[in-house]
Write a new protein. Structure first.
Length: 96
């Protein structure tokens, strides 16, 4: 499972444009907003391929960067953001 950079930015308390700029400044994203080191960071940042039809230009194949579940705390550490831990949830299997 992965989340968009926009949702990751909201979870980190930033705007998505600010997050992308800080990730580019740190060398995590290239100028195309795709992972700069896809092999090294594949556990944290992944790309998602999509497709849609444009009436004048035909089929389009956009690629977007997404953050994995393990990537959110990693990204916070990389950018020096204090990331609060989520509230602990009671295990629903606990019946006693």
């Amino acid at each position: 499972m992965s989340i968009s950079l926009k949702f990751a930015a909201a979870r980190l308390g930033l705007g998505h444009r600010i997050l992308m700029q800080r990730m580019r400044d740190k060398g995590l994203l290239g100028k195309d907003n795709l992972p700069a080191h896809p092999d090294r960071d594949k556990a944290f940042l992944v790309t998602r391929d999509g497709q849609w039809f444009h009436p004048e230009h035909g089929l389009q194949y956009p690629r977007t960067t997404r953050v994995t579940a393990a990537g959110l705390p990693w990204l916070a550490r990389q950018l020096g953001i204090e990331h609060p831990l989520p509230e602990p949830q009671q295990d629903p299997r606990d019946v006693a």
